[in-house]
Design a binder for this molecule. Structure first.
Ligand code: PMP
Ligand code: GLU
Length: 394
């Protein structure tokens, strides 16, 4: 047998993708499975975006490589996007596009992390951050944001975790998995602290336009020039535009970091698939009405399902403000059912009820599990009904 690299041996497979694959394989075997695993909109990409992609195929422009870091016209559209939505300008040279926000994050860590550099990661965190930091030779340092503090870290906590090796602070607001949003006051305090200690902020803003019930998302980069200089912003179209399959992500920020990420992209994937770049130009600059319709649908699902889930015995949920996940605390539910490991508990739910969820363990949250409501209302209601029935059977 081939001796595999230490790097891959110490890595975990993504728990979200693993849970989704397991649900799909059980479904293929004929089991009655309700898939609430993946954070993937259940809508198809809006028609006008598909049409622009088809035009790029038909007129031949999608046939060719582009500049590795992305088409100038796409960079221009991204730059205008920040001006339109968040009121600050981004130079087109300070934009890099790649194969999904996930790969953009990887390119970022590869570009800035040296062996032993520390990255502060507030928990609960999205599953891929810690493994990516480790792949780049860095050390993830977790800062616990408990449910009582609405899953948000404070400057005091960050200061306690800071060492001479701290290089990056990762912020993801609205958060996957908690749906929490930092206020502009909270972000100003965190941003000023990062500027003071010269810690680079990585702001994963991918859920920034999926906010509900009047909640406001403020990008940390919009708060001051000094904070903007200290921040690399990551974003993409997967969630907002129902374009997960097109694999589009980008980063904006400091020229030297963006150039370093572009170098990595030029030696790994080359450019993001050309047809996806044309589709993204249309997504960002074309009709936004379908996007608002999808957002409003997510909001309606949240407002319907949240109170029902909170009534499930032993489940305690903070109402999310954005993204499309519910993240119940289930320690009482586990106790009632005789489990002490949330992954085993999540598997038991799947076996007994057919409801496929994601264990909180992969998010650094051993007393929680995640439910994605990026699926239709009927499935959601049935899933919660089964969970209630399961928790009532003793
Ligand atoms: N960041 C967060 C917080 C996410 O939930 C995801 C999941 N898709 C990504 C980044 C990566 O998105 P993609 O690779 O589809 O652009
Ligand atoms: N980000 C989504 C999720 O958390 C998609 C899967 C993944 O990339 O991890 O479910």
């Amino acid at each position: 047998m081939t001796k595999l690299s230490d790097r891959v041996l110490s890595m975990q497979e993504s728990v979200t993708l693993q849970a989704a694959a397991r649900a799909k394989s059980l479904k293929a075997q004929g089991r009655d499975i309700l898939e609430l695993t993946l954070g993937e909109p259940d809508f198809v990409t809006p028609r006008h975006i598909q049409q622009e992609a088809m035009a790029a195929i038909e007129n031949g422009s999608a046939s060719f490589y582009t500049v590795a870091s992305g088409l100038p016209a796409l960079k221009e559209a991204i730059s205008r996007y920040y001006e339109t939505y968040y009121g600050y300008s981004v130079d087109q040279n300070d934009v890099v596009v790649a194969t999904g926000a996930k790969f953009i994050l990887y390119a970022f860590f590869m570009a800035v992390i040296n062996a032993g550099d520390e990255v502060l990661i507030p928990t609960p965190y999205w599953v891929s951050y810690a493994d990516q930091v480790e792949m780049a030779g860095g050390k993830p340092v977790f800062v616990e944001a408990r449910q009582e503090q609405h899953f948000k870290v404070t400057v005091d906590q960050l200061e306690q975790a800071r060492t001479q090796q701290t290089k990056v602070l990762l912020l993801n607001s609205p958060s996957n998995p908690t749906g929490m949003i930092y206020t502009s006051d909270e972000l100003t305090a965190i941003g000023n602290w990062a500027v003071e200690h010269d810690i680079l902020i990585l702001a994963d803003d991918i859920y920034g336009r999926l906010v509900y019930n009047g909640a406001i998302f403020t990008p940390i980069s919009s708060l001051s020039e000094a904070i903007r200089q200290q921040t690399i912003v990551v974003n993409g179209v997967s969630k907002t535009y129902a374009m997960t399959g097109w694999r589009v992500g980008w980063a904006t920020g400091q020229t030297d970091v963006i150039a370093a990420m572009s170098k990595i992209i030029s030696q790994t994937t080359s450019n993001l698939t050309t047809v996806s770049q044309y589709a993204t130009i249309e997504a960002l600059t074309g009709d936004q009405e379908p996007i608002e319709a999808m957002r409003a649908t997510f909001e309606e699902r949240l407002n319907t399902i949240y109170p029902l889930l909170n009534e499930v015995k032993g489940f305690e949920v903070v109402k999310p403000e954005g993204a499309f996940y519910l993240f119940p605390e289930v320690s009482e539910a586990m106790r009632l059912k005789g489990f002490d490991d949330v992954t085993v508990f999540t598997n038991d739910i799947l076996e007994q009820t057919g409801v496929a969820l994601v264990t909180g363990a992969g998010f650094g949250a051993p007393s929680h599990l995640r439910l994605s409501y990026a699926t239709d209302m009927e499935t959601l209601k049935e899933a919660v009904r089964r969970l209630r029935e399961y928790m009532e059977e003793m």
